[in-house]
Design a protein around this ligand. Structure first.
Ligand SMILES: [Zn+2]
Length: 340
């Protein structure tokens, strides 16, 4: 089941409706962040104020009262807020008759019945000031066409509010999708998730599952990169370089850094047509680098249709360990991949 295949689309349409001159390049910076352009100037989608105040729609669904819903999303907000290396905070402003998707200046989470979105559990939209690029509001809609639960241990056949909220609040905070996960196509359409290495993976594990109530290293690196707390940039390091094929840069290659000491996986894409990439928030020390094409998921969960990633190369493990220094950068790593 797709969590929010159309999340970015919905989001961008709100952006576009605000500022008609805006051209959207997604993702313009690191995939971990959303970038957009206003009058030729590039912005990173992030909150400039903290705490971020959110409201909850006064709408309940079978099995989940409004206050139970608020309790579950409050836990998810707290999970992001508790990341020690990130500085973002959130605060509950109250219940509202407003609904997510209304451009009322209030960040609102709640249920809306969208039966025609039969593969979208939830999605996040943004309202951005067309002059300054400031993020003014971000709403999350939960599709009440699905069955939901807030049960502590999860409930078979019902989607866990806290787990789905954790993913969407990552978007609300400015994070895009991560590609760390494995799926397989199922007959009749859609994909089944085999493993997930990031809460920001675009496809949810399954109804009844509650294992995604906790963040993984890739999510923690992402939120910390976007809202670094004191010390984050001094205690972690960056790995950067360039992916080439037949002498030219590869756009949209997925690069995963694996820290063998801790077993952590943190990823990013090569962005820009010169094939450059950068992965921030890594623990210092040696890392194994794997470069893979995004042919395991729907590419439009990660990239704009207008700029599809290059998937015509073989998965490659870089021939040597790359050392990430504390508070510094690995230095440009040159990696060559071979066409399929
Ligand atoms: Zn998503």
């Amino acid at each position: 089941m797709t969590r929010c295949l159309s999340a970015t689309r919905r989001g961008w349409s709100v952006l576009l409706s605000l500022a008609l001159v805006m051209t959207v390049s997604s993702p313009a910076f690191a995939y971990l962040k959303f970038g957009f352009q206003l009058d030729g100037k590039e912005f990173t989608l992030r909150w400039s104020r903290s705490p971020v105040m959110y409201f909850v729609s006064d709408v309940d669904v079978p099995g989940v009262s409004v206050s139970q819903f608020q309790g579950a999303v409050a836990k998810a907000f707290m999970t992001w807020e508790s990341v020690p290396s990130a500085s973002i905070a959130y605060t509950f402003g109250g219940f509202t008759r407003g609904l997510p998707g209304e451009n009322d200046g209030r960040t609102t989470l709640g249920f809306v019945n969208e039966p025609e979105l039969d593969r979208v559990l939830a999605s996040t939209s943004y309202l951005v000031d067309g002059d300054t690029g400031e993020l003014l509001e971000s709403d999350i809609f939960f599709n009440s066409a699905f069955a939901w639960s807030v049960a502590q241990a999860g409930e078979r056949g019902r989607w866990d509010v806290e787990s789905i909220a954790l993913h969407e609040i990552g978007h609300l905070s400015g994070l895009g999708h991560s590609a760390i996960g494995e799926t397989e196509l199922v007959s009749g359409g859609g994909r089944r998730v085999l493993s997930i290495g990031s809460v920001m993976f675009p496809i949810a594990l399954g109804s009844g599952d509650i294992s995604e109530r906790r963040l993984l290293p890739d999510d923690i690196a992402g939120i910390s990169d976007l809202y670094p707390d004191d010390g984050f940039n001094d205690t972690t390091g960056t790995l950067s370089g360039r992916i080439t094929k037949n002498g030219a840069g590869v756009f949209g290659a997925h690069i995963v850094a694996f820290g063998p000491r801790d077993g952590e996986l943190v990823g990013n894409f090569s962005l820009g047509h010169d094939g450059q990439f950068s992965i921030a928030g890594l623990r210092p020390g040696p890392h194994v680098l794997r470069i893979e094409p995004i042919d395991d998921a729907d590419t439009d969960s990660f990239f704009d249709d207008t700029e599809p990633p290059d998937v015509n190369f073989r998965t490659t493990v870089f021939e040597r360990l790359v050392i990430v220094p504390r508070g510094g950068d690995s230095g440009a790593v040159q990696i060559t991949v071979q066409p399929k």
